[in-house]
Design a protein around this ligand. Sequence first.
Ligand code: TXE
Length: 491
Amino acid sequence: MTGNGRTEPIGPDGVHRNLIGGAWIDGVDINQDVNPSDTSDAVGRYALASGEQAREAVAAARAAAPGWAGSSPLLRFEILDAAGNEILRSKERLGDLLAREEGKTLAEAVGEVVRAAHILKFHAGQALRPAGQLLDSIRPGVEVAVTREPVGVVSIITPWNFPIAIPAWKIAPALAYGNTVVFKPAELVPASAWELVRILQAAGLPDGALNLVMGRGRDIGDILTSSADAVSFTGSVQTGERVLASAQAARARVQLEMGGKNPLVILDDADLDVAVDCALQGAYGSTGQRCTASSRLVVAAGIHDRFVEHLTERMLALAVGDARAAGTQMGPVVDASQLAQDQKYIDLARAESGTVLGGRRLERDADGFYLEPALVVGTRPEDTINREEVFGPVASVVQVDGYDEALAVANGTEFGLTAGIVTTSLAAAGDFRRRSTAGMVMVNVATAGVDFHVPFGGRQASSYGPREQGEQAREFFTTVKTSYIAAGRPG
Ligand code: TXE
């Protein structure tokens, strides 16, 4: 399939189309995007791609690969920079759309949109930065050039919890370093992803450099993971393992970001306000639907009761409501199945050991997936609530005797994305930074909320492959070539 650039992004039936080879194409079915704050509000209709269309998208990306790989870094800079500017100009509209389809608050959603724009602009700059080396060989008269080339076709598969930022932080470096992309967003949040692609395409990408196939993971996932040169995935551990097996069988390079069970340690010497702020923001921001959420609060005995009292008070005072309403501090859960998962873990925690504060299903004017934030106190490290990712506004408290036990509990997880500590002790903070088994460590700041110009990623079951974001993204999205150059005989 070749693009003719003449089709409209939105069909006469109002359905938002997929982008394949530069052409906006109808799908084989329609996905209705629904507002989790008000399920009677239909956000929009989005074309679902078939397996055949996914194959066509990979073929289109492959056909476009040599041209895009050979394009001027200046062109790549200009396109990514222009798209970033357009997103900044549209941040209110895009933020509103994001809050409407995903359910995070308007402030959080606009913040995410701005972050996506900054990510595009950062990687625009990266396209122009030198990445090679020229050095003398150990043999006389010979030079060695170490250069970086694009990997080829990259499949990008993203989850629903950051509908524009995660796609941006994968697509931007992929394109900046000269790869072509086939992008499959999560079924729950096609609108933000579609807008991102439309803006990038309108900024001047050649046909086939970026392809959008909105489709169900079970229908098109395996096609995308088994036919690309590289696969970048964020989502659940279960799907991540499947993606890994499929991509490795095809000898594609793989980058996975998956779950977390992130600890926030609070020592006796902590500033109580800082501790409560970090926990509140880390556990309940974005309705707790973040891989970096502070889901385990590991609290020293001397501060435990005061901390729980203050955090509970602040947590129960959070205004839960329509994501886009003024005054809302926590939006709804993303959908019915995530709500059921959250409630299942709350019930399990109550049955296993803990006392659950909050955690009730809430009714609001509109029919939405509203859940009161929950704090589970009196838990043991081995409880299910401390081992499995809930992915909702639910945090648990484990009381410990002191720093050594806190460190052991914090590291006692199969995951390893982020870990935080709240303390005024330089020694404890320094030791925690060295001995934490997480890929990202936070001292007196929330475990969630990261910068885009530095590496992002974890260890153990949380992540696989090279880090995302910042300069480090180059590792995954380029492959190294070593050239030996002798001048030859003169004349
Ligand atoms: O994830 P999936 P879902 C966790 C969280 C959540 C649960 C399920 O607990 O409740 O996962 O969420 C695509 N081949 N996290 O269902 O299935 C899918 O279409 C290739 C935590 O959204 O992993 C989507 O685009 N791709 C996590 C993407 O994978 C496939 C963030 C992620 O979907 C596929 C998200 C397949 N066979 C969920 N099947 C975090 N910690 O950040 C599905 N997909």
